[in-house]
Design a protein around this ligand. Structure first.
Ligand code: CA
Length: 528
């Protein structure tokens, strides 16, 4: 729906930029005249770039004060600057990067903000109270799905304090080179997901029996803090017995219903303990927030991501943990990130993750430019450099105080770089393993993404999307482009909404509709 009575408007991100993006819904036709006198020489779609000055062939095209490309031919002021007119810059090498050179002035602590959460024996805090059933292998998925349906129908109604029952289904566990060095990534991802704060430490496992990923390998002794002595009462020190495992190939099972009964019996015990949990008031510092973007457009880096970046700074000031990810979308801004590292060790860890990912992509004979999608380009993002500059702003301006390898669990507060692919479902799965209790997702093209395991708050980059997807988008950052709100306004709104959602006072739209995407493990190791 094009606005007809709104003056032509462009948004420029930095004074040095020689391109800006058209803000108007529906784009602008040739002849449109901006306030400063610039006239469009051709139609430019919404979110796409217009040349603010004449750009001679070879000139650096600047957005965010960063060269996002070089003009392949002369481009006149007022022209549409699209990806076919730009040569993409090479990725910066990982040598001689600025290390911990930027010391952002310390922001005042943000005190007095709280939410109602579920405190766990290991000290973490959940935003939901969910029974998760861990699986060691895909073979058991159908059985677990069958059991979960019956648990929901027959048991869950008796336990009003439990929000949901979720089978942690995945495609890993067998037919894989489990001793390959990189197999540690999918294995620790599964392990750490089962320890997510929203599951209350109530780990139960369904295993097949003959699979490579045996329960003791998935959850070695000591990974779970045993709070119920019943688990270890009459079985001595056997690691397997200390875990609550239903093994389908056990000789005790005669027929399918025997397996289902075993899963339900075990679920019943866990539900009883989960049902006794109560929310309590905890400081906002117990939030563990993962931010990512998906279905990005040129507004992502103008509205939603800067608002998320502002909220990220608020979270850090409140003492919370917030992680940003998506390696291919930060690779082009690596110098910005290493300079913001809180120490040389943090910068070195970031470079290590980038180098690992460069090699991973190289093995597949691609580079970070394989990231962009047709929708990104339709939305005005010419290439990965432009996309990356808009993506990084989600990290705000705080020092980066830690780095996680894929699948690792976070153990510290502050702003963390959790290295993950940018793939929405894999990034979400890895952030879940890292221990998030809130997931924030920005989108410009629109995605209905949601997870059963953790609330996903979706932030729209454009009012047009927020209007069309009014019952899927939780926050409309498009108001920033419309001039109806500032980045700070939307950042505070998001911060407050996170506290409400974490407390269970409000639900996200994805929760309301029960939109649950699959867990997708990152497995860079060989399949056999
Ligand atoms: Ca993503």
């Amino acid at each position: 729906m094009a606005s007809t009575n709104v003056a032509p408007l462009f948004i420029r991100m930095h004074d040095a930029d020689n391109v800006a993006i058209v803000a108007n819904d529906g784009g602008l036709a040739a002849g449109a005249v901006f306030a400063g006198g610039l006239t469009l020489v051709e139609r430019v779609p919404q979110g796409h770039k217009v040349a603010l000055v004449d750009l001679p062939k070879g000139a650096a095209v600047l957005r965010y004060n960063v060269p996002i490309g070089y003009a392949l031919k002369d481009i006149a002021a007022g022209s549409w600057v699209h990806e076919r007119l730009l040569e993409m810059p090479d990725a910066r090498t990982l040598d001689a990067l600025p290390i911990a050179t930027v010391r952002p002035p310390p922001q005042p602590a943000l005190e007095g903000y709280t939410f109602e959460g579920y405190r766990n024996p290991d000290g973490s805090v959940g935003s939901r109270n969910i029974l998760a059933i861990t699986t060691t292998v895909q073979c058991v998925a159908g059985v677990v799905e069958f059991a979960v349906k019956r648990i929901k129908a027959e048991l869950l109604p008796r336990f009003p304090n439990v929000d949901d029952v979720v089978g942690l289904e995945h495609t890993y566990g067998c037919g894989v080179a489990i001793d390959a060095p990189d197999a540690i990534i999918p294995i620790r991802t599964l392990r750490n997901i089962s320890l997510n704060p929203n599951f209350g430490g109530e780990v139960m496992v369904v295993s097949l029996g003959c699979e490579k990923l045996q329960p003791e390998r998935l959850l070695p002794p000591g990974t779970i803090q045993i709070v119920d002595e019943r688990n270890v009462a009459d079985v001595g020190t056997s690691a397997e017995a200390a875990l609550d495992v239903v093994c389908l190939q056990s000789e005790n099972h005669i027929g399918f219903m025997s397996m289902i009964d075993s899963v339900m019996d075990m679920a019943l015990q866990h539900l009883e303990r989960l049902n006794a949990r109560r929310r309590e008031t905890v400081p906002a510092s117990e939030l563990v927030v993962g931010v990512q973007c998906g279905g990005s457009d040129a507004f992502s880096g103008v509205t939603a991501n800067p608002a998320v970046g502002f909220a990220t700074d608020l979270l850090v000031r409140a003492g919370a943990t917030v992680m940003f990810s998506e390696t291919t979308e930060v690779r082009d801004g690596i110098d910005q990130l290493t300079s913001r590292a809180s120490s040389p060790e943090v910068a070195a860890a970031m470079i290590r993750e980038m180098a690992w990912y460069d090699a991973y992509l190289q093995k597949g004979r691609v580079d970070r430019s394989a990231n962009t999608t047709p929708g990104n380009k339709k939305g005005g993002l010419s290439n990965i450099v432009e996309k990356a500059m808009g993506s990084i702003v989600k990290s705000g301006s705080s020092p980066i105080s830690g780095v996680l390898s894929p699948g690792e669990k976070v153990k510290q507060k502050g702003l963390i770089y959790a290295a993950t692919p940018a793939s929405d479902f894999i990034c979400g799965t890895l952030q879940l393993a890292a221990g998030i209790n809130i997931h924030v997702f920005t989108t410009g093209r629109g995605t209905p993404y949601g997870l059963a395991e953790v609330p996903v708050i979706k932030v729209a980059t454009r009012t047009d999307l927020a209007r069309r997807w009014h019952d899927l988008m939780d926050i409309n950052a498009g108001r920033i482009a419309d001039g109806d709100a500032t980045i700070e306004d939307v950042g505070w709104e998001l911060f407050q909404f996170m506290l409400d959602v974490a407390s269970g006072r409000k639900k996200t739209w994805a929760e309301h509709w029960k939109l649950h995407n699959a867990l997708v493990l990152f497995n860079p190791a060989p399949i056999t």
